[in-house]
Design a protein around this ligand. Sequence first.
Ligand code: AHG
Ligand code: MN
Ligand code: MN
Length: 342
Amino acid sequence: MSNHPAASISLTRYLIEEQRAGRINAELRQLIAVVARACTSISIAVSKGALGGVLGDAGTGNVQGEAQKKLDVLSNDILLEANAWGGHLAACASEEMDHCQPIPDAYPRGNFLLLFDPLDGSSNIDVNVSVGTIFSVLRCPDGVTTPTDEHFLQPGTAQVAAGYCIYGPSTMLVLSVGHGTHAFTLDREQGAFVLTQGDMRIPDETAEFAINVSNQRHWEPAMQQYVEDLLAGKQGPRGKDFNMRWIASMVADVHRILTRGGIFIYPWDRKDPSKPGKLRLMYEANPMGMLVEQAGGAASTGRGRILDIAPTQLHQRVPVFLGSRNEVAAVERYHATAVASA
Ligand code: AHG
Ligand code: MN
Ligand code: MN
């Protein structure tokens, strides 16, 4: 038996009320519902683990030069299949596909573009740690019937919706249609997402950071200084003790930050100078940036707002600093000071 109250608000009801309030149209409402259904299917596959034969490598690579896990490929297929026939989309783009994929000719094409990181945190799949799906919705430019990669190159400010689904101890969908960030928990018996944390707010101040410190030797001087000062604690220039967490699933790290604050960092580093950071602008930084800003936080490259970047490539990478706004401002000051004294 389900133990949420009878008057609880399902995702379906939330979306219908957003439509009534004129904040989304029917097409976008149905598109989000389809994405949520696909995430439910992915959640079922993830939770079967070894029993479902879904663990391990797929034996293939993606355009990012990364080895694909079976679940990367399966999740991508689930999202593509679920979104092919609804008539709400013109095309999909994915971290796991070289180029965007227009909706097949057999189905009507709609007015939106969907981007996704089908399975975020792939290194955690085989060790039974939280993973997720991240998505972003853009408008298809007027008059375009067969979108190509260039039609996806819109700044994060153009997103009409963004969200993620976290497959953790519980499965949660966190969504923004530009009017706050809201979290829904999957009720498995009902097969429905139920609103459990409306209007998430990230505290302005934090004493918790998330970064993979094993890359320290590759960081630029501003980052070296910033983290050195965090680690110096109360006696150092920041005047307080900081705690650290790193799950290595952006979805899980960002979920913690949306829940209790913090700063998530994946900076530019010298490990591979051809890549300006590890995380992808279109599938990770932009959707997470929108969710964080809509919850009162900030999302920056260290040198400017992520959502203002004019993308040049579908699979472009960017440095990411997001979370509690005063801490993001602090990290921007370290970068600005480094430029000034260079
Ligand atoms: P993905 O699994 O989609 O490739 O993304 C992994 C990303 C992100 O989720 C996480 O924050 C980061 O990579 C972890 O990187 P490290 O393994 O370098 O810590
Ligand atoms: Mn990812
Ligand atoms: Mn991924």
